[in-house]
Write a protein that binds this ligand. Structure first.
Ligand code: GAL
Length: 649
C-alpha cells in the first residue's frame, strides 16, 4: 500500500456473515486486527455498514427481510442488495449491527468516514411495501382519495379506487401497468423508502459518535433512485465509476459520459470536492468485453475524476478474491501477482500523481452553464406510452448537449428542476416533459434577470402527476418563449426532414441539418425564427426560435438534431455569451480542459481522450506542469490518454 501511496482503505462492505455468524453473536477480532494494522501504518479507514448483503441465517429465520419482485414472488436468499426497504425486522437487524460497529469503532482514531451500505438500489413489491406505499399515498394526498383519483385520471379505463386498500404497487407484469401517475408515485415512494432506510442506518451510527462523517456510494445516472433526495443527508458525495466501452476501445463519447457523471456528482454535493469511491485499476468482470486498459488509460481515468472535482481515487478492489462472482474483476493485487505487475505499476503511477497533486485537494469548480437532468422527468418520459415505444433517448439528449461544452473546455454543472437557476448564465433544459408547479415561473424570472434558457421538443407536456396541461403541450412556457407548440411528429428512420438555418442566421450557423426522429410543429406568437423546416410536408414552418425577454433570452429547438448542429450551435451560443473557457488557446479534437480553483492557486487539467498525440499552445499566464514539476514554456504535447495539470502562476 505504501508503494502505491495508498493512504486509506474501505473495509467491511458485505461483511455481515463475518461480523455476526450467528444471530446476536458478534465477532470483531479479525476487524480489530485489520484496524490495528492499518492504524499502526498511519493510514485511515472508511468503514462500511454491512446491510447490502444479509446473512443466510437471517433470510431463513425472517423471510420477510427478502425482497419481492414485481411478479410478487419473494426472492430466495443470495446475491446482494436483495432486501426489503420496509421490513421492520430488517431495519432492526441493521440497527443493531450498525450500533455494534459504531460502539466498537466509532471513536477509533483511524476511522475517517462511514460508508453506509453499498449502492442502494432496486424496488421491493412485498405486502409490507404495498402497505407502506398506500400510507405514503394517503399522506401525499392528505387523506383525500378523490384528489388522488383526479391526479391519476382514474376514470379512464375504470381505474378509480374507492378505498385506499384497493391500491396495489403498479408494475406487475400481470397487473397494473397502465396508470402512469401511480407508477411515477411508486418510483418516488421507493426513493423515499431508500432515504428513510439510509437515515435509519445513520441514526444508529451516530448514537456513539455523531462527529464521524457519513456517505454512501451513488451510481451516477442510475434510474432507480433520485440522488437529489439523498444528497442532503450525505456529508460528502461520491460515486463508483466504471466507464464502459461497448463497441470500441477508444470511444471519446464514453469519456464524455464519465465526465458528465463526475459533474453530476460534484453538483449533487453543492460544488464541494467529492469522492471517487470505486474504480477498477484494470478491467471489470461484468464488461461485455474484458478489454485491458492500454498504457496511460488508468491514469487518465483517475485524473479525469480529479479534474472534475474528486479529492480521492478509491479502488474496488485491493486484492482479488479467489472465488465468487468477482474473482476475475480487476484488483490492485491480482491473484498470484505482486508489485511487479503492469496493473500495480499503473496504480503506483496514479498514486505518485495524486501525491504531487496534494495542493489541488479542496479546490472547487464554478460553472456558467448548467444542464438540467431530472429524475421525475426521466421516469415520466420512460413511462409514457408514446411518442415512440422504447427508449426516447432522454439521457442521450443530455449527453449530446453536454459534449460540445466538454470539448470546448467549458465547465458544466448538472442540476435538477428544483435547483436554483440564478447562478448560471446558460441553462439547458432539453426534453423537460414533466414540469413541476412553479418551474415555469422560476424560468421566467431566470430569463428576465439575464439568463439564457434553451429547451427543446417534448418539453412541458405534463405536470407532476403526469397529467397533460389543460392548455395543451408547452402551454406553461408558451408566453416566455413566444411560441405555441401544436404537435410532435415521431419519424421513421427513412423520414428525414431537415432544419435550415439561412446564411447570416443569428447564431452564425448556417446550412441544412437532418432531423433525427422528433420534429415539432410550432407557431410563432412573439419570437424570432432562427431555423425552419425544409424538404418535408411541413413546408417552411419554424423549427428553432429565440425570444429576448427582460435581460435574457429563451431559445427553443423544436427538432432532434445531431452533433453536426449541436456543436456549432452551442459553440456559437457560448461565444456570444462570452462564456469562460478553461483554456485560452484552441484545443485539438479529443482534448478537454477542466479548471479547479483553490485558495491560493488555479489548476487546469488538460486531458487527451483520443488515441492520437495532441499539441497545445502554452496558456497565456505562466504555468508549471505539476506532474513533471516543469514550467510550461513552449507548449504542451499530450500522448494518447496523456494528462497535464497546470498550476497557473
Ligand atoms: C460496484 C460494487 C462493488 C463491485 C464493483 C465491481 O458496483 O459496489 O462491490 O461489485 O461494482 O465492478
Amino acid at each position: 500500500m505504501d508503494e502505491v501511496r495508498m493512504n486509506s482503505t474501505t473495509l467491511g462492505v458485505f461483511a455481515w456473515t463475518e461480523l455476526e455468524r450467528e444471530e446476536g453473536k458478534y465477532r470483531f477480532d479479525w476487524l480489530d486486527d485489520v484496524f490495528e494494522l492499518i492504524n499502526s501504518n498511519g493510514k485511515r479507514i472508511i468503514l462500511a455498514t454491512p446491510s447490502a448483503a444479509p446473512p443466510a441465517w437471517m433470510s431463513r429465520a425472517y423471510p420477510e427481510i427478502l425482497r419481492t419482485g414485481p411478479d410478487r414472488v419473494r426472492r430466495l436468499h443470495g446475491n446482494r442488495v436483495n432486501f426489503c426497504w420496509t421490513s421492520p425486522v430488517y431495519r432492526e437487524k441493521v440497527r443493531s449491527i450498525n450500533e455494534q460497529l459504531a460502539k466498537r469503532y466509532g471513536h477509533h482514531p483511524a476511522l475517517m468516514l462511514w460508508h453506509v451500505s453499498n449502492e442502494y438500489g432496486g424496488e421491493c413489491f412485498c405486502e409490507l411495501c404495498a402497505q407502506a406505499f398506500r400510507e405514503w399515498l394517503k399522506a401525499r394526498f392528505e387523506g383525500n382519495l378523490e384528489a388522488m383519483n383526479q391526479a391519476h385520471w382514474t376514470r379512464f379505463w375504470s381505474h378509480r379506487y374507492t378505498d385506499w386498500s384497493q391500491i396495489d404497487i403498479p408494475g406487475n407484469p400481470y397487473g397494473e401497468t397502465a396508470n402512469q401517475g401511480l407508477s411515477l408515485e411508486f418510483k418516488r415512494f421507493t426513493t423515499d423508502q431508500i432515504v428513510a432506510f439510509y437515515r435509519a442506518e445513520v441514526g444508529a451510527l451516530r448514537k456513539h459518535n455523531a462527529s464521524v462523517p457519513v456517505t454512501t456510494n451513488l451510481m451516477g445516472f442510475y434510474g432507480g433512485l433520485d440522488p437529489w433526495k439523498l444528497a442532503p443527508y450525505l456529508d460528502v458525495v461520491g460515486w463508483d465509476s466504471y466507464p464502459q466501452f461497448r463497441d470500441q476501445p477508444i470511444d471519446v463519447r464514453g469519456w464524455a459520459k464519465a465526465a458528465l457523471t463526475h459533474d453530476l456528482t460534484r453538483s449533487l454535493g453543492g460544488g464541494k470536492p467529492w469522492l471517487l469511491m470505486e474504480c477498477s485499476p484494470s478491467s471489470s468482470n461484468w464488461y461485455p468485453v474484458m478489454n485491458l486498459k492500454p498504457p496511460g488509460m488508468h491514469l487518465f481515468e483517475t485524473l479525469q475524476a480529479v479534474a472534475h472535482g474528486s479529492d480521492s481515487v478509491l479502488y474496488f478492489q485491493w486484492r482479488q478474491s479467489r472465488g465468487g462472482q468477482e474473482k476475475f474483476h480487476g484488483a490492485v493485487v491480482a491473484t498470484g501477482q505482486d508489485n511487479t505487475s503492469r496493473v500495480f505499476s499503473d496504480v503506483s503511477q496514479t498514486g505518485s500523481a495524486l501525491d504531487s497533486l496534494s495542493a489541488v485537494a479542496g479546490s472547487t469548480t464554478t460553472s456558467d452553464v448548467a444542464i438540467l437532468y431530472d429524475w421525475d422527468n426521466a421516469w415520466a418520459i420512460d413511462g409514457a406510452c408514446g411518442p415512440v415505444q422504447g427508449n426516447k433517448r432522454y439521457f442521450e439528449t443530455i449527453l449530446d448537449q453536454y459534449v460540445p461544452f466538454w470539448e470546448a473546455g467549458i465547465s458544466v454543472d448538472v442540476i435538477s428542476q428544483e435547483c436554483e437557476f440564478g447562478q448560471y448564465r446558460l441553462v439547458l433544459a432539453p426534453m423537460l416533459y414533466l414540469l413541476r408547479d412553479g418551474t415555469a415561473e422560476r424560468m421566467r424570472q431566470f430569463v428576465e434577470g439575464g439568463g439564457v434558457l434553451l429547451t427543446t421538443y417534448m418539453t412541458a407536456w405534463a405536470d407532476e402527476h403526469d397529467l397533460t396541461f389543460a392548455g395543451g403541450i408547452f402551454s406553461p412556457l408558451a408566453e416566455l418563449f413566444g411560441i405555441r407548440v401544436e404537435e410532435l411528429d415521431a419519424l421513421y428512420p427513412e423520414q428525414k426532414p431537415c432544419v435550415v438555418l439561412p446564411r447570416g442566421s443569428h447564431f452564425g450557423v448556417e446550412g441544412a441539418f437532418e432531423v433525427l426522429g422528433f420534429a415539432e410543429r410550432i407557431h410563432v406568437l412573439d419570437a424570432e425564427v432562427v431555423g425552419s423546416y425544409g424538404k418535408f410536408w411541413y413546408g417552411e414552418e419554424p423549427a428553432i426560435t429565440r425570444r429576448f425577454v427582460g435581460k435574457g433570452e429563451a431559445i427553443y429547438v423544436g427538432a432532434r438534431l445531431g452533433h453536426d448542429f449541436n456543436e456549432p450551435f452551442l459553440n456559437s451560443l457560448a461565444a456570444s455569451l462570452n462564456l469562460r473557457r478553461n483554456y485560452d488557446a484552441p484545443t485539438p479534437a479529443g482534448v478537454t480542459v477542466q479548471r479547479r480553483v483553490g485558495r491560493e492557486s488555479e489548476f487546469l487539467f488538460l486531458m487527451n481522450a483520443a488515441d492520437k498525440q495532441a499539441h497545445l499552445a502554452p496558456p497565456e499566464r505562466p504555468a508549471v506542469e505539476i506532474l513533471s514539476g516543469k514550467p510550461v514554456s513552449h507548449g504542451i504535447t499530450l500522448p494518447p490518454y496523456g494528462v497535464a495539470v497546470l498550476r497557473l502562476e
